[in-house]
Design a protein around this ligand. Structure first.
Ligand code: GLU
Ligand code: ZN
Length: 293
């Protein structure tokens, strides 16, 4: 029986751009190549960063690009009771504590939070975030594209935030709770998230879930070497020519699609790419690549 369950988990902070297409396409191809399932989860629990209409726009673009998902799209905003339940449990078990440190205080210690509030027992009345105690940090893991990956010790061992001071659940908590709930077996996403993986693995272990396989795809940058993102005005691909853009994305992933397929229809191109999916071609140490388009 095939148990592969992958996912694409965009935050609706803007339309899809070439960089987010790489994460969508890479995770879709890996799932389809393994005849697995592929789910889409909208990570909409950070309202200050969200843009009205972005989630629908992302979904319409995925469909347009032929990246069709299985089952229903899920929305993190609809699963907040679950995050709260996990937090309460971890709080009861004294794995989570209140932290009142300000950004300024943390910046003054080189931006590194040194687990300062761990034993302070702050009252619930003061403004606070909630942090998870990291007892035995996960300092390395096997990535299917990067091999044995060592995480910087200070980030692996930092008691990270699971609920923010402004009351929103942190990405780090929600992403793990959802990957568990959806029984995700393969997390294929951009290498900008490599550094966070050790912390997420810690939480998977604490919640006693069998660990998914992680693979981090190369991240597209602009010609100044900066990751394509809304902040640096990466253009939307919502209206880009579908087949041409997919062909370029496959090239970016070093899949060498035949030139004849550049002007063909999308399903032919995606079928070719599914059959010939070879992560070996981009495997290695390169985390960031200029997109050359
Ligand atoms: N929502 C995250 C983002 O858009 C991705 C989460 C993940 O793939 O683990 O950056
Ligand atoms: Zn603190």
């Amino acid at each position: 029986m095939n148990t592969y369950r992958g996912r694409f988990a965009p935050s609706p902070s803007g339309p899809l751009h070439f960089g987010s297409l790489i994460a969508a396409l890479g995770s879709w191809l890996d799932a389809r190549h393994h005849k697995g399932k592929w789910f889409v989860r909208i990570e909409d629990i950070d309202p200050p960063r969200e843009i009205a209409g972005a989630a629908d726009n992302i979904l319409a673009t995925l469909e347009n690009f032929g990246l069709i998902w299985d089952g229903q799209v899920t929305y993190q905003s609809e699963n907040q009771h679950h995050y709260q339940q996990v937090l309460l449990q971890l709080f009861d078990e004294q794995e989570v504590y209140r932290c009142t440190c300000t950004r300024k205080q943390i910046q003054s210690s080189n931006g590194i939070y040194t687990n300062f509030c761990r034993d302070k027992q702050h009252s619930s009345k003061t403004d606070h975030s909630l942090r998870l105690k990291i007892h035995q940090p996960v300092t390395s893991f096997e990535d299917c594209y990067h091999g044995h990956y060592n995480t910087a010790l200070h980030s692996a061992s930092e008691d990270f935030i699971v609920k923010r001071k402004d009351g929103f659940y942190a990405y780090m908590l929600a992403v793990v709770v959802d990957d568990i709930e959806q029984q995700i077996t393969h997390v294929i996403r951009g290498a900008d998230l490599l550094e966070t993986t050790s912390q997420q693995l810690y939480l998977f272990k604490l919640l006693k879930y069998s660990l998914p396989i992680f693979g981090h795809l190369p991240v597209a940058t602009n010609n100044q070497g900066l990751k394509l993102s809304k902040q640096n005005y990466a253009p939307s691909i919502a209206d880009a020519p579908v087949n041409e853009t997919l062909w370029l994305a496959l090239n970016f992933l070093k899949q060498s699609p035949p030139i004849e397929l550049r002007k063909e229809n999308t399903s032919l191109l995606l079928d070719w790419a599914t059959q010939h999916w070879q992560p070996n071609k981009f495997k290695g140490k390169q985390q960031f690549l200029h997109q050359y388009v």
